[in-house]
Ligand binder design. Structure first.
Ligand SMILES: N[C@@H](CCC(=O)N[C@@H](CS)C(=O)NCC(=O)O)C(=O)O
Length: 214
C-alpha cells in the first residue's frame, strides 16, 4: 500500500529515535527488523531502500527517507502540533535546528561514532586507533558541556518546557556515551545523565524501546 509507513531498522539507538517519535505522535506504522550487521542490509533489495546500506530508513508516501534526525524532524511537521514542533520561522524553530545539528554533528557523528569505530564495539571492523579515540574523547567531553550548561537551570527538556526531537537526539547520544564507557571511560555530566533518566520515563519512549529491541 502506498500510504503505509514502514520503518526499516532494528535494535540500534538510531532506529530507536524513529520508533520514539512515531510513538510520541501516535502514528501507526509497521517495522521491518533490519539489523546493522545483517546480510540483508547489504543486499540489492535493501539498496533500493537505502543505497548506502544504513539504518534507519522510513517509507512514507511511497518514497524512502534516510538519516534518523531528518526523519525525526519531518514527522512532527507532518503529524505533530506546536507543542512538539515550534512554528516555521520562529526563533524557537531556529533553536530546535541548532540543538539537532549540534547533537548530530558534534556528538553523534564527530565524536561518539568515531569512538565506537576506533575504540568501541565496532573497532574490529574499522581498526583500533588510539589517536582517533583520544581526539574524539576530548571532543565529546568538550562538546557535551553545551548541553550541560543549557540543562543547568533545571529545565525538563533541552528546549525548556516542551519535549522536542532535540531530546530524542540528545538522549540517545547520552545513552551511546554511557554504553561506550565499557570501552572508553568518558566523563558524562551528571546533569545529562539525570535528564536522560527523566526522558526514559516517557510512555512513548518505553513503547519505542520495547518495539526496537523485541
Ligand atoms: N547518520 C545516519 C547514520 C546511520 C548509521 O550509521 N546506522 C548504522 C546503525 S546505527 C548502520 O546502518 N550501520 C551499518 C553499516 O554501517 O554497515 C543516521 O543517523 O541515520
Amino acid at each position: 500500500m502506498e500510504n503505509e509507513i514502514i520503518l526499516y531498522g532494528h535494535n540500534t539507538l538510531r532506529t530507536l529515535r524513529v520508533h520514539w517519535i512515531l510513538n510520541e505522535l501516535s502514528v501507526p506504522y509497521q517495522s521491518v527488523k533490519v539489523l546493522p550487521d545483517s546480510e540483508y542490509i547489504k543486499s540489492d533489495e535493501y539498496k533500493k531502500i537505502n543505497y548506502t546500506g544504513k539504518i534507519p530508513s522510513l517509507k512514507i508516501d511511497g518514497i524512502y527517507l534516510f538519516e534518523s534526525a531528518a526523519i525525526c524532524l519531518y514527522l512532527p511537521e507532518r503529524f505533530g502540533d506546536k507543542n512538539i514542533i515550534p512554528a516555521l520561522g520562529s526563533i524557537e524553530r531556529a533553536k530546535l535546528y541548532q540543538w539537532c545539528f549540534y547533537t548530530m554533528t558534534e556528538l553523534d557523528a564527530h565524536t561518539l561514532y568515531i569512538l565506537s569505530k576506533h575504540g568501541g564495539v565496532l573497532k574490529e571492523r574499522y581498526g583500533v586507533s588510539e589517536v582517533a579515540v583520544k581526539t574524539a574523547k576530548e571532543g565529546f567531553e568538550t562538546q557535551i558541556t553545551k548541553a550541560e550548561n543549557e540543562l543547568a537551570d533545571g529545565r525538563e527538556f533541552l528546549m525548556g518546557d516542551n519535549f522536542s526531537v532535540a531530546d530524542i537526539l540528545l538522549g540517545t547520544c547520552i545513552e551511546s556515551a554511557i554504553r561506550l564507557n565499557a570501552y572508553v571511560p568518558l566523563n558524562i555530566p551528571s546533569i545529562c545523565i539525570e535528564y536522560w533518566e527523566r526522558l526514559k520515563n516517557r510512555e512513548a519512549f518505553k513503547m519505542a524501546f520495547s518495539l526496537n529491541t523485541r
